[in-house]
Design a protein around this ligand. Structure first.
Ligand SMILES: Cc1cc2nc3c(=O)[nH]c(=O)nc-3n(C[C@H](O)[C@H](O)[C@H](O)COP(=O)(O)O)c2cc1C
Length: 202
């Protein structure tokens, strides 16, 4: 029997419903920190996050029904904490349902306030951004895209690239958390240099 090749091998995915449950994709996982109307800290895990270009803009997908969205709209500020692999459970629990308007689990989070924005960050993450709200784009079905300008950034020293250590060594010694949507995660401690084409322009 001839071997199946090209499009013949592929299985159509029904686009009449969301496609994202049918396969795995690699994503970051962050905690977005905002302040509730009563001043309480709010954190929500997000994996649909991305740099918005090569400059200091950051974006994440949210929903107008989420407190994170109304908090950003009201305060004009949010933070981003990048958790380490050991904080995966902690990160997930931030998505616990609210009771009487609050997420009780957040009382167990050790947090610290932003330096430039009035929004919290979580202790022990490896990378932090403080953002000023830039633009929200509504209308992706029930979702919206919230973007901000990064006005402060800091990181644990071992996670920062330096001339002293090879990039491969940095990733090995300070592993990164990846979210494999939907519903799995991985610890990345091995990596390879990317084979860029010669004279590539950004
Ligand atoms: C691993 C994980 C990833 C998530 N990623 C997103 C995301 O990218 N965008 C989103 O809107 N919600 C995402 N959620 C759901 C929200 O974090 C969740 O609805 C949260 O409770 C909203 O909190 P808030 O009402 O305080 O904003 C994710 C949840 C988990 C557990």
């Amino acid at each position: 029997m001839p071997e199946e090749t090209g499009k013949n091998r592929l299985i159509d995915i029904d686009t009449g419903r969301p496609v994202w449950e049918r396969f795995f994709t690699v994503a970051p996982l962050v905690l977005i920190g905002t302040t509730d109307p009563d001043g309480a800290p709010d954190f929500a895990p997000k994996h649909m996050v991305t740099p918005m270009g090569w400059q200091n803009y950051f974006g994440f997908v949210c929903a107008p029904t989420h407190s994170t969205c109304s908090n950003v709209q009201r305060t004009g500020e949010f933070t981003v904490s990048y958790p380490k692999p050991g904080q995966v459970l902690y990160s997930s629990l931030a998505a616990s349902p609210r009771q009487d308007g609050h997420k009780p689990v957040l009382d167990y989070f050790t947090t610290f306030p932003g330096q430039q924005v009035h929004a919290p960050l979580i202790e022990e993450a490896y990378l932090y951004f403080e953002c000023r709200h830039f633009k929200t784009v509504d209308g992706f079905g029930p979702n919206c895209l919230i973007t901000g300008e990064i006005i402060a950034a800091y990181a644990e020293p071992e996670f920062l690239r330096s001339n002293e250590f090879d990039d491969q060594e940095i990733v090995h010694d300070s592993p990164l958390l990846a979210y494999l949507a939907p519903g799995r995660f991985a610890t990345i401690d091995r990596s390879n240099a990317f084979p860029f084409p010669a004279n590539m322009k950004k």
